[in-house]
Every structure is written in structure tokens, then in C-alpha cells.
Design a protein around this ligand. Structure first.
Ligand code: FMN
Length: 320
């Protein structure tokens, strides 16, 4: 599939996840054939202030393309400036966050709160589109709450103002990440715009991905939580949808080897101390489903070095 001028080898994407989809995680998901990935959301305003941490979030390694940079904010000119910085950081796409439910974002009129003002959504897309030469996408929700379900209206305005694709998470802001993802709203968006529509929400295996594709007729899907501790999900889905082959999950030993590789890469980028602290949650996700997982996941929360991680892996393997 294509997003604007960008051709992608697969229409199964890794979704942006704050604090999670860093360079190391994106690389490992792409090594399992995720067709596209994104940074976590970056504040456009913080970029205009020269905030170092925000610039770090935009770093993309050479073997991590195609990769979009997601920006958030609610002022068209600031968003345009933020997009220019992102383009300089080698983004393949600028994605505009119109879905974040977090109070610190939505209470400032950004993220999901933008959906309360469709006209402003259009103005932001137009400003960003005019500022960069790369494709621009928006990631929206079903609506703000049950009384304001307007994904179709927002998608149309964004497309009219130049959005090259629309990503739809089928939940309202009120739902955050719980309750049912509404496939009907994704289908309605697909039927009302001519640009590609990417369906998002609760895709966790072949069955749920098949349902997302067949029910909504979407052009691509984005996987978020199901990739945690399971970056191979992209290979499983791609083998099925591209080649009709059902492959099994990796063995337990292979899973642990993938985890080690992932965590070593985090430590390479962030230094061992910071890297290990940030890896604890990943360890815990990888260890799901292992014999004795509850105790081992607890242990993972206390690991302080790569050496300790290797010792934990040996202990886990002995118990299987
Ligand atoms: C911890 C966490 C962080 C997230 N961070 C972002 C983000 O930075 N930008 C964004 O557009 N969506 C973010 N999301 C939403 C996901 O991209 C996705 O839309 C949502 O989790 C639904 O997909 P899933 O059912 O596959 O998990 C986040 C979700 C979670 C759980």
C-alpha cells in the first residue's frame, strides 16, 4: 500500500506507544516485517522551545525506515514548525495526534480534544501539509465521547485539507483503552474518504486482524498492545495475509533470545543503567505465559544490569 508518495512493503503497522515505541522497539518490530512504524507522540511546542528530550524522541536509525514522527499540539503554526523539525529528522511521514486521551494532553486542547473542533483539525492538517514535502496523516478516535461521535466528519475535513491517510482507533476518548473497539465507525470512515484508512484497536492475532480487514475494508491495520513482548506478531500476520501461511509463535527459548537481543539494543542506545530500568516492563511482557511467570515478572521488576537479566533468563529456562 501507499501513504501519499511512500510505498510500503506491508500494510500491517506498529502503532505509536508513548514510552515504548523507541528506536530499539521499532527496529525489532521492523525486523519482524512491520510495514511501517512511528515514534511516540512528540510535543510540537516543546520542539519550538528546543527541548532536548523531545528532539531525542525523533531520532530514527538508518535501518528503521519507513518511520513516521507523530507530533501533537493545537496551534496550526506551531504544528507546522514542529513538522519541519520532524522532516529534518528524516521522518518518512508526519502523523498528527488527534487521539491521546491523557488529561495533561487533552485538557490543553491537544490530542483527542482536537476532535471537539473539526475546523481546527482541518486548519492544523493544512498548515502541516504546507510546511513539509513528506506525506501527512492523522490518527483519530471514534469521537470524544458517546455524545460526540464524529470520526467521519473529522476524517473528511482532514482529507479535504490534505491528509494522505487516516488512522482510526475505534474507541472514544471517554473509553481510553477499554471497552469494545467499534469496527462500524472504521468502516464508515473508510466509506467516506478516498485516502487510505488504517484500522486500529484490539488486533491481537490472525482472527482479529482478518475481522478488521474484512468488516471495515480498511487498507491497513495498526497493532499496539499486542506487539508488547511479542514483536513477532508482525511476521505471523504478514505470513498469513501475504502468503497464506500460518506460522507458530517462537519457542520459549527463542522468545527469550529475542528479548535478550531487544534489551541489549535498548542498553546500547540508552546506556546500561537507564536501558535496564526502561527494559523491566519489556521483560515482564516477554515473560507472560512462561511457567512461574508471576514470580519471574516480579524479579524482572528488580533487575539492575544486563548480567542480572542473563541470570534471570537462565532461571526461567530451568523452570520450563
Ligand atoms: C501505553 C500507551 C501509550 C500510547 N501512546 C500513544 C501515542 O503516543 N500516540 C498515539 O497516537 N497513540 C498512543 N496510544 C494508542 C495506541 O497507539 C492505540 O491506538 C491503542 O492502544 C489501541 O490499539 P491496540 O488495541 O492495538 O492496543 C497509546 C496506547 C497505550 C496503551
Amino acid at each position: 500500500m501507499k501513504i501519499g508518495s511512500l510505498s510500503l512493503s506491508s500494510n500491517i503497522f506498529l502503532a505509536p506507544l508513548a514510552g515504548i515505541t523507541d528506536k530499539a522497539f521499532r527496529e525489532i518490530c521492523q525486523s519482524y516485517s512491520a510495514g511501517y512504524c512511528e515514534t511516540e507522540m512528540v510535543s510540537a511546542k516543546a520542539l519550538t522551545f528546543g527541548d532536548k528530550k523531545s528532539f531525542e524522541l525523533m531520532e530514527i536509525s538508518d535501518n528503521n525506515h519507513p518511520c513516521g514522527i507523530q507530533i501533537f499540539g493545537n496551534e496550526p503554526d506551531i504544528m507546522a514548525q514542529g513538522a519541519k523539525f520532524a522532516e529534518k529528522y528524516n521522518a518518512d511521514v508526519i502523523d498528527i495526534n488527534m487521539g491521546c486521551p491523557a488529561p495533561k494532553v487533552a485538557n490543553n486542547g491537544c490530542g483527542s480534544a482536537l476532535m471537539k473542533n473539526p475546523k481546527l483539525c482541518g486548519e492544523i492538517v493544512r498548515a502541516v501539509k504546507g510546511a513539509v514535502d513528506i506525506p501527512v496523516t492523522v490518527k483519530i478516535r471514534k469521537g470524544f465521547d458517546d455524545e460526540n461521535i464524529n470520526a467521519v466528519e473529522v476524517a473528511k475535513i482532514c482529507a479535504e485539507n490534505g491528509a494522505d491517510a487516516i488512522i482510526v482507533h475505534g474507541r472514544t476518548r471517554q473509553q481510553y483503552y477499554s471497552g469494545q473497539c467499534d469496527l462500524d465507525i472504521i468502516k464508515q470512515v473508510k466509506n467516506s474518504v478516498s485516502v487510505p484508512v488504517i484500522g486500529n484497536g484490539d488486533v491481537k492475532d490472525i482472527k482479529s486482524a482478518e475481522k478488521m480487514f474484512s468488516y471495515t475494508n480498511c487498507d491497513g491495520i495498526m497493532v499496539a498492545r499486542a506487539a508488547l513482548g511479542a514483536p513477532w506478531i508482525f511476521k505471523i500476520l504478514n505470513e498469513y495475509f501475504q502468503n497464506g501461511i500460518i506460522i507458530q509463535e517462537p519457542s520459549k527459548e527463542d522468545k527469550l533470545n529475542i528479548m535478550i537481543k531487544h534489551i541489549e539494543q535498548i542498553c546500547k542506545y540508552k546506556g546500561e543503567h537507564m536501558g535496564i530500568l526502561q527494559s523491566r516492563k519489556h521483560m515482564s511482557w516477554y515473560l507472560k505465559g512462561f511457567k512461574g511467570a508471576a514470580a519471574f515478572r516480579n524479579d524482572a521488576g528488580r533487575v539492575t544490569s544486563l548480567e542480572e537479566m542473563h541470570r534471570l533468563v537462565e532461571k526461567v529456562l530451568e523452570k520450563q
